[in-house]
Ligand binder design. Structure first.
Ligand SMILES: Nc1nc2c(c(=O)[nH]1)N[C@H]1C(S)=C(S)[C@@H](COP(=O)(O)OP(=O)(O)OC[C@H]3O[C@@H](n4cnc5c(=O)[nH]c(N)nc54)[C@H](O)[C@@H]3O)O[C@H]1N2
Ligand SMILES: Nc1nc2c(c(=O)[nH]1)N[C@H]1C(S)=C(S)[C@@H](COP(=O)(O)OP(=O)(O)OC[C@H]3O[C@@H](n4cnc5c(=O)[nH]c(N)nc54)[C@H](O)[C@@H]3O)O[C@H]1N2
Ligand code: SF4
Ligand SMILES: [Mo]
Length: 693
């Protein structure tokens, strides 16, 4: 019998994580009734609880449905005319008074490719600055940097399908069953059918229970661990000599460097038992087809980008790249963090990572847009805050990015926001950042708009509106068009498809992308003019001038922060299955009933020493700040380490995070923070009973 609860079904792409599941959104009378899993290439009929159930936020009572403008300290509802005029006149005033580089923007990796492309065009062409960045800065910018250095292109080298094709999968610093649940489920199932999983993580993540080997790497020591693997691969004869000779350069310097990384030395630094390191290397070396997946446990570190280069070394020396089952799989985070960067929402590159200093590309865009542009890069996000504090940046335009909750050193961020003359926040909800805004523009969410997202496999997929935006909210693309027109640079698009046509016409890797061809499975870039896409990269050559993959000889260096007498524990921060980043969306769904607060994971040994029990309120202090949070005693975390997430604004986890960041990309070191923990209160139930909670 037909389901009569809905009358329309729209096939679209999930707007939460970088797996990019295909969803069937069922609607009736303009409302989403339910969502069921579609048969997309990444999800094959599965979803997680976010994609499937976390859609109630779309009709939350406090959705932004009208523009808000600040007037004597408080917000009042305004018409679009008024709000847009205010945004345009303030931006024009600041541009005239201080120059275009006094304005800076942050694009949203939750928005579509078309929207991110439009925003960078508004900044580059209508405002006249390259000061545009996105949250990949705090996430996988090290991956992007390293993959370009070692191999050539800023994307995963294969597909999720390589999970099933591999014999061995090494997962370093990623927690897929919580953060990329559908890919995590594919890993689990493959493991049950014989895939040999190796996990390397200071926490015993769920997948460790399905693996053949779990390696408890101390936070911040990946470089020693990865160089140790290279040491054993070379020592035990697993080097693919022909591949190294024909397709790579720089092997000898790596061989020399890693000679010192004996298993015993690596055990001393990383805590990984020497015999387990040797076993992991042998498993990877012996397999004909082996892949490596990684996440923020690699990138959000002082030497995160170098560690991604070290991961590339392993694949290059064993020839495990450029063929089925041999993928390097960075598990990109947000639904469109791959895409926002691909299309040029970055201060140093146009689309396809072409430098703003590249004369040919810059001229092409200048002609197309009818403007002239600088050849020097704009400000990276952290530089924007510094510039705001010293008066060089006067206005910011922030689209779908809650920096006052998710960025490191939030005292610094909020001080920067407070010092601006003008802040416009384009959002679906009020959040920590919008508290500092002068104007808030109400945007449509992923279920209310059309365009494309690019998932962690470089797969460009269609997003289709299932329902209309609430109230007067508009899509981010419409908003960029309305503002750009008022800035004197109308964007000539009748809709998102026209934006994609411009991306395709100006970006070689997107040459063959059309909405028609994206139907069904989407397309993995590079896409040739005839529409042929690229599930596997580097089958014959690397994207380097000489076609060769580049080894990188990089030693282990201590992380930016280390345990001391005053701060004896290392705090690792990360995520939980039920909530998504700053939680604006998932906290407004049934997921809140599943998980309603953050807590601090602490090992029984440390808990005993500190007299802490599950449920106790503890104070966590770092060099940068302090927070209070509930403790939970668990063996999932190693002794000496504690773990918490950052999904609840009331906890303000990121007060603890300092300015230490990746040496090449400024990606914050969210994963290694020396802290002290002390009990400040009894378990919540007892506090309630005593009337003090
Ligand atoms: N449910 C849910 N899913 C999400 C998100 C969410 O908030 N909630 N966010 C999305 C986003 S933006 C992203 S970027 C991805 C992130 O996805 P992941 O990268 O998987 O996420 P994290 O939990 O931050 O960190 C991964 C693991 O790194 C480990 N780790 C920390 N330090 C080290 C180290 O020094 N070495 C090693 N080897 N491991 C270490 C941590 O213990 C943790 O288990 O998830 C996406 N998906
Ligand atoms: N301590 C700690 N902090 C971290 C991390 C960590 O591991 N530890 N991870 C970092 C990482 S990897 C990331 S990516 C960041 C993520 O941090 P954020 O990017 O700040 O978090 P999100 O929840 O993904 O969403 C940002 C905002 O986008 C809005 N939004 C959603 N969809 C749309 C849309 O279509 N249009 C518009 N205009 N707005 C929309 C949401 O309401 C939300 O306010 O957090 C970082 N912060
Ligand atoms: S795994 Fe990621 S893309 Fe798939 S349904 Fe869950 S959140 Fe959405
Ligand atoms: Mo992320």
């Amino acid at each position: 019998m037909a389901d009569t609860r809905f009358d329309t079904t729209v096939s679209t792409t999930c707007g939460y994580c970088g797996v990019g599941c295909n969803l069937e959104a069922h609607t009736r009378a303009g409302r989403i009734v339910s969502i069921s899993p579609g048969m997309g290439p990444a999800n094959r009929g599965h979803t997680c609880l976010k994609g499937r159930f976390a859609h109630q936020f779309t009709r939350a009572r406090d959705r932004l449905t009208a523009p808000l403008v600040r007037e004597s300290g408080t917000f009042r509802i305004a018409t679009w005319e008024e709000a847009l005029d205010r945004v345009a006149s303030e931006l024009l005033r600041i541009k005239a008074q201080y120059g275009p580089d006094a304005i800076a923007g942050l694009a949203s990796s939750r928005a579509t490719n078309e929207e991110c492309y439009a925003m960078q065009r508004v900044f580059r062409a209508a405002i006249g600055t390259h000061n545009i960045d996105n949250c990949s800065r705090v996430c996988h910018s090290p991956t992007s940097f390293a993959l370009r250095k070692s191999l050539g292109l800023s994307g995963c080298t294969g597909s999720f399908d390589d999970i099933e094709r591999a014999e061995v999968l090494l997962i370093v610093g990623a927690n897929p069953t919580e953060a990329h649940p559908v890919a995590g489920a594919r890993m689990k199932q493959a493991a049950l059918r014989g895939l040999q999983l190796i996990t390397a993580d200071p926490r015993r993540i769920e997948l460790a229970d399905y693996g053949v080997l779990h390696l408890p790497v101390h936070p911040g020591t990946n470089a020693a661990f990865l160089n140790g693997l290279a040491h054993v691969l070379i020592r035990d004869g697993f080097v693919d000599e022909a591949f190294v000779a024909e397709r790579t350069t720089g092997f000898e310097t790596v061989a020399e460097l890693v000679a010192a990384y004996t298993p015993d030395e690596v055990e001393r630094i990383t805590g990984v038992p020497a015999a387990d390191l040797e076993r992991a290397a042998r498993l990877y070396g012996e397999a004909d087809r082996a892949s490596i997946a990684w996440g923020l446990g690699v990138t959000e570190q002082r030497y995160g980008s170098e560690c991604v280069q070290l991961i590339c070394n392993l694949a290059l020396m064993t020839g495990k790249i450029g063929r089925p089952g041999c993928a390097l799989l960075p598990l990109r985070g947000q639904n469109n963090v791959q895409g926002s960067s691909d299309v040029g929402a970055l201060p140093d590159t146009f689309s396809q990572y072409r430098s703003v200093a590249d004369e040919e590309t810059a001229r092409m865009y200048e002609e197309l847009w009818g403007v002239s542009m600088k050849r020097e890069r704009g400000l990276k996000m952290q530089e924007m805050f510094d510039a705001a504090l010293d008066g060089r940046v006067k206005a910011m335009w922030i689209c779908g990015y809650d920096i006052a909750q998710s960025d490191p050193d939030i005292e610094h961020v909020t001080a920067a926001l407070s010092s601006l003359e003008f802040l416009v926040v384009q959002e679906i909800f009020e959040n920590e950042t919008s508290k500092f805004a002068n104007v808030i523009l109400p945007a449509a969410s992923f279920l209310e708009k059309t365009g494309t997202f690019t998932n962690a496999e470089r797969r460009i997929q269609l997003v289709r509106a299932a329902v209309a935006p609430p109230g007067a909210a508009k899509t981010d693309l419409e908003i960029f068009q309305l503002v750009s027109e008022r800035l004197g640079h109308p964007l000539p698009y009748a809709g998102p498809e026209d934006v994609m046509a411009e991306i395709a016409a100006t970006t070689p890797h997107f040459a063959g992308v059309t909405y028609e061809r994206l139907e069904g499975r989407g397309l993995q870039w590079p896409v040739a003019p005839d529409g042929t896409d690229s599930p596997i990269l580097y089958e014959e050559r690397f994207e380097q001038p000489d076609g060769l993959g580049r080894f990188a000889a990089l030693p282990y260096k201590a992380p930016g922060d280390e345990a001391s007498e005053e701060y004896p524990l290392i705090l690792v921060t990360g995520r939980r299955l039920e909530h998504y980043n700053v939680g604006t969306m998932t906290r407004r769904t049934g997921n809140l009933e599943l998980l309603s607060k953050d807590w601090l994971e602490i090992h029984p040994e440390d808990a005993r020493e500190l007299g802490v029990e599950t449920g106790d309120l503890v104070r966590v202090r770092s060099k940068h700040g302090e927070i209070a949070v509930e403790a939970r005693v668990t063996e999932r975390i190693d002794p000496g380490h504690v773990f918490t997430a950052f999904h609840f604004p009331e906890v303000r986890t990121n007060l603890l995070v300092g300015p230490s960041a990746d040496v090449n990309t400024s990606c914050p070191e969210y994963k290694v923070i020396a802290v002290s923990v002390e009990k400040v209160g009894a378990p919540v139930e007892e506090r309630v009973a005593a009337g003090v909670a």
